[in-house]
Write a protein that binds this ligand. Structure first.
Ligand SMILES: N[C@@H](CCC(=O)N[C@@H](CS)C(=O)NCC(=O)O)C(=O)O
Length: 213
């Protein structure tokens, strides 16, 4: 099966899928949908007809295009169960999903370009206001995750291998650094990020490695 991913190299939700596919060694074709404010390909008619939600990522499977990275991660796990991205024990699975959803549901959506544009153009926020908003939602999420999951006895957050928790964490740390959010209050999260970035799958999935030439 050839997997087509509608991707944008700087999109952190797309980055999640790239990590999962590389961890499992599944070959995929990445089709860039340029989210840059000067181009906004995701809002153009071609992509809109494939994904009316006008967001990336989306995948093409059996002739259908389907969005939502967290649902796609579960589909990837079900389709290619080797090198699992969910722990085996139900309680550990619950914790890994809860960790991932803290980022995917409670942090990332509030920092999306469409939300930042609403703040800027509908509510008149200036750049400082937007930067504070952006950093604040990351800090709220990371503080909770550091407090709840900061001490562990395993190599990674929920076992000896990265799971969906790290798959969501690493792109969010990338975003934090990109927007100059200080991460020094979250030493365990930063440590996990560093460990992940030693792995080839995370390196291959990184925005820099995925940027079209
Ligand atoms: N819940 C969606 C979020 C996808 C999403 O918001 N992607 C961002 C890029 S990381 C996007 O396409 N934003 C376009 C916009 O805000 O206009 C998922 O997890 O796939």
């Amino acid at each position: 099966m050839t997997v087509k991913v509608y991707d944008y190299w700087r999109s952190s939700a797309s980055y999640r899928l790239r990590i999962a596919l590389h961890l499992k060694g599944v070959a995929f074709e990445a089709i860039q949908v340029d989210l840059h404010p000067d181009r906004k390909e995701h809002q153009g008619p071609a992509y809109r007809s494939l994904n009316p939600q006008m967001r990336v990522p989306a995948i093409e499977v059996e002739g259908e295009t389907i969005g939502q990275s967290m649902a796609i991660l579960e589909w990837i796990e079900e389709t290619w169960p080797h090198n699992p991205i969910l722990p085996t024990a139900p309680l550990q699975r619950l914790k890994a999903r809860a960790f991932a959803d803290t980022i995917a549901c409670d942090v990332h959506p509030l920092n999306n370009p469409s939300v930042l544009n609403e703040l800027r153009f509908t509510f008149g926020a200036d750049q400082d206001g937007i930067s504070n908003w952006y950093a604040d939602w990351i800090r709220r999420g990371f503080s909770a995750l550091e407090a709840r999951y900061g001490s562990r006895s395993s190599e990674f957050l929920f076992g000896e291998n990265p799971t969906i928790a790290e798959i969501c964490l690493v792109p969010q740390i990338y975003n934090a650094r990109r927007f100059n959010v200080d991460t020094s209050d979250y030493p365990e999260l930063v440590q996990i990020d560093a460990q992940c970035m030693e792995l080839e799958a995370f390196q291959k999935a990184s925005p820099e490695a995925s940027k079209p030439v």
